[in-house]
Design a protein around this ligand. Structure first.
Ligand code: OAD
Length: 247
């Protein structure tokens, strides 16, 4: 493992245009449940039906249930703090951070380090905002500690969390920016994702196809294949600081 960490650190130090691509495993050590980690008994999609809780059909069928479920997750997030994996990414100055996570822990770590957190691209939206389900364009910031229960927008339809549900398109400008950054990247650091959900996971394919160095940090072997891949198997909160020390 030590020589792999040294090799990964060498590649990071040499990279001119590095990006990170993260998933739920990045926040797991902060107490945020993953979706489909086989080692996590609280993994969300092992215990809940995504079609009931994270789809337009599910929301129409039982809007109050969906809002309550998201508000439970918001409560957990309100008490969570960034872990060493977030702090390590924050220390990589000048990087673009592409994430599938809907929490704000990476931004918090970046802000705590004194840097600008607008370099975080949320492909799947955020728990910190609601918008009108009818698409009238109205949005509202949400206080994680006191998230409102089911309520109506000014236009009469329901408000809903600003996260991407199954069957919905990713936010267009964010995806365009993530594509652009990935196409220009010479290194991608992939942290804590099962890489199963497309189109987001397709960014890893773009990086590997163009021959960028790809470093994968995950508690399990990732299955990502390609010529320039370094796999670091273990908890991100332990591996990432070791990586940082060597860069
Ligand atoms: P998953 O839950 O699918 O995968 C989490 C990954 O993190 C797994 O590969 C685990 O092995 C790994 N992992 C768990 N703990 C870890 C740790 N401490 N350190 C490193 N790795 C760890 O989460 P995502 O890949 O993010 O979509 O899932 C992608 C999307 O599927 C989510 O954004 C969400 C979900 O449906 C939406 O909400 C639209």
């Amino acid at each position: 493992m030590d020589h792999l960490i040294a090799l990964a650190a060498e590649k990071i130090a040499a990279a001119a245009h590095p990006v990170s691509f993260s998933g739920a495993g990045l926040s797991a050590e902060s107490g945020i449940a993953t979706f489909r980690d086989s080692a996590d008994k609280d993994a969300l999609w092992a215990n809940f039906d995504p079609q009931k809780l994270a789809s337009q059909e599910g929301f129409i069928a039982n809007p109050a249930l969906v809002i309550e479920w998201y508000n439970q997750r918001r409560k957990t997030l309100a008490d969570a703090v960034p872990n060493m994996a977030h702090h390590t990414l924050a220390a990589f100055r000048g990087w673009t951070h592409i994430t599938q996570n809907v929490d704000n822990l990476l931004e918090t770590a970046i802000q705590e380090s004194g840097a600008d957190s607008s370099t975080v691209l949320h492909l799947h939206g955020t728990l910190l905002e609601d918008h009108c389900n009818a698409g009238c364009g109205y949005t509202e910031k949400v206080d994680l500690k006191a998230a409102p229960s089911l309520r109506r927008c000014r236009c009469g339809d329901y408000m809903r969390p600003s996260v991407v549900w199954f069957g919905e398109a990713l936010p267009e400008l964010v995806m365009q920016s993530a594509l652009h950054q990935t196409e220009n990247a010479d290194l991608m650091l992939v942290v804590g994702t099962s890489a199963q959900v497309y189109p987001a996971a397709g960014l890893i394919d773009i990086a590997t196809d163009k021959g960028a160095d790809v470093i994968v940090v995950n508690t399990e072997a990732s299955g990502v294949t390609g010529a320039n891949i370094v796999e670091l198997v273990g908890p991100a909160g332990e591996i990432m600081p070791q990586l940082l020390r060597r860069v």
